[in-house]
Design a protein around this ligand. Structure first.
Ligand SMILES: *Cc1c(COP(=O)(O)O)cnc(C)c1O
Length: 388
C-alpha cells in the first residue's frame, strides 16, 4: 500500500531545528569538532533542588495515575504567586492551565479558535510553531515582518482591513526569538487597544522573560497592562528559565475563557502533565531564584564574549538586552543560508539561518549562547580565519 500524507502534513516545512540537529550529528559523525550555536537548548544542568524534588515526587503512587485536566492546584497556585511577585499581576487558579511544555499549547491554541479560512497574524522571523499550528488548523497565516528599523516590533498599522476582518489570533513574542528584542510598554498598550478594536485574541509568548541582562530593563508581561486579560493569554515555560527543556512543562494564563478553550482541546488530545513534573515545577517556582540569577550572569558573560568578538571581526551586531540569542548581520554578498554553510564547512560552527525563521530574517544569522565562554572564544577564533 502506498502511504499518502494529507495536504496539511505535506504543506508543513521540515522542522527547522530538527534539520539543524541532523546536520550537526552528520558533521560530528565525520569527526568534526562542532561548536553548536544553533538550537536554543540550554547546556547548563537543571538545578539540583529541582531534581531532588522530582526524585521524591516520582515515588508517590498518587502521582502514577492520569493527571487529567488543567494541572495540580498547587502548581497553579505557585504560578499565581510567581506572577504576582515577578509582574505584580493577579491570576486566579481558573486563569491558568498546565502544558506539556509551552510549545504544546502554542501549537494547539489554533484548534480552539481558528475556523478553516480564518487568518492568524504571525511575526516573522519567528518561532515556527505559530505557523505550523495555523496550517494544521486550516487557518491562513498573515506574516508581520519584524524589521530592525521598527525595533523588531510588528507594525500593526499596516495590516490591511480585509485581513483584520478575518483575523482571529495575533502572536507576539518578547523577549523575541530570534531577534533578541524586547517590547516597550507602549507596544503592549497599543496591542491591547488593537485587539479590542478588531476582536482579535492576543497570544503572548513569554518563554524568555527571565533571561535578561539589565535589572533596570526587565522584560514585562503582556498581562501587566490594563485590559490585557479581556483580550488574551500569555504562554510561559520552565524550559529556558530553569534549564528544563527535556522535562516538558509550561503553562498558559490570562483570559479565563481562552484558557478554558485550550484546556478543552487538551482534554481531547492528551491527559495532562505527569504530576511529579508539576511538583518539581512548584519547587522551581517557589524556592530561591538565586539559580536563575546565576544563569543570567553566565549568559551575560557569554554574550559579551560573542558580541565583543564578532564586533572585533567587524560584524554588525547589537547587544541583546534579553534572550540567549545574538542576532547578527551577515557579511555582505552572502545569503543567510550561504553564511551558515560557510561557517559549518570552514569553521565547524552551527548557527541558524535568519531566513529559516521567516523571509525578513534574510541577511542575519542567529547564534545561541548555549555553549561555554571558552567554546565561544574558540568559535570567534575560527570565524576570524574564514575569508569572506
Ligand atoms: C523555547 C521556546 C518556547 C518554549 O518551549 P517549551 O520547551 O515547549 O516550553 C516557546 N516559544 C519560543 C519562542 C521558544 O523559543
Amino acid at each position: 500500500m502506498k502511504i499518502e500524507y494529507n495536504e496539511k502534513l505535506k504543506k508543513l516545512p521540515p522542522y527547522l531545528f530538527i534539520e539543524i540537529d541532523r546536520k550537526k550529528k552528520e558533521a560530528i559523525e565525520k569527526g568534526k569538532d562542532i561548536i553548536s550555536l544553533g538550537v536554543g537548548d540550554p547546556d547548563l544542568p537543571t538545578p539540583e533542588h529541582i531534581i531532588e524534588s522530582i526524585q521524591e515526587a516520582v515515588t508517590k503512587s498518587t502521582n502514577h495515575h492520569y493527571p487529567f485536566g488543567v494541572g495540580l492546584l498547587s502548581y497553579r497556585e505557585a504560578i499565581g504567586k510567581w506572577y504576582k511577585k515577578r509582574f505584580n499581576v493577579n491570576l486566579d487558579v481558573d486563569e491558568i492551565c498546565a502544558l506539556i511544555g509551552s510549545k504544546e499549547g502554542i501549537g494547539h491554541i489554533h484548534l480552539g479558535f481558528v475556523n478553516p479560512g480564518d487568518i492568524v497574524l504571525i511575526p516573522e522571523p519567528g518561532y515556527p510553531v505559530y505557523n505550523t499550528g495555523t496550517i494544521l488548523s486550516d487557518g491562513i497565516a498573515h506574516f508581520m515582518p519584524l524589521l530592525a528599523e521598527n525595533n523588531f516590533l510588528p507594525d500593526l498599522d499596516i495590516i490591511p482591513e480585509n485581513v483584520l476582518k478575518k483575523a482571529k489570533l495575533i502572536f507576539v513574542n518578547y523577549p523575541n526569538n530570534p531577534t533578541a528584542a524586547i517590547a516597550p510598554k507602549e507596544f503592549y498598550i497599543k496591542l491591547i487597544e488593537f485587539a479590542k478594536r478588531n476582536n482579535i485574541i492576543v497570544v503572548s509568548d513569554a518563554a524568555y522573560s527571565e533571561i535578561y541582562y539589565d535589572e533596570n530593563e526587565k522584560p514585562c508581561s503582556f498581562l501587566e497592562f490594563p485590559g490585557a486579560k479581556e483580550v488574551g493569554v500569555e504562554f510561559h515555560s520552565l524550559s529556558k528559565t530553569y534549564n528544563m527543556t527535556g522535562w516538558r512543562i509550561g503553562w498558559v494564563c490570562g483570559n479565563k475563557d481562552i484558557v478554558a478553550g485550550i484546556a478543552k482541546v487538551k482534554d481531547n488530545y492528551d491527559s495532562g502533565v505527569f504530576q511529579a513534573v508539576q511538583e518539581a515545577a512548584v519547587a522551581a517556582l517557589t524556592s530561591s531564584q538565586r539559580c536563575v540569577e546565576n544563569f543570567r550572569k553566565i549568559y551575560k558573560e557569554r554574550r559579551d564574549v560573542l558580541v565583543g568578538g564578532l564586533r572585533e571581526l567587524e560584524w554588525q551586531v547589537s547587544l541583546p538586552k534579553a534572550s540567549f540569542y545574538v542576532w547578527a548581520k551577515i557579511p555582505e554578498g552572502y545569503t543567510s543560508a550561504q553564511t551558515v554553510s560557510k561557517l559549518l564547512d570552514l569553521a565547524a560552527i552551527i548557527c541558524t539561518p535568519g531566513s529559516g525563521m521567516g523571509k525578513s530574517g534574510e541577511g542575519y544569522v542567529r547564534f545561541s549562547l548555549t555553549v561555554s565562554g571558552s567554546r565561544i572564544k574558540e568559535a570567534i577564533k575560527r570565524i576570524g580565519l574564514v575569508k569572506w
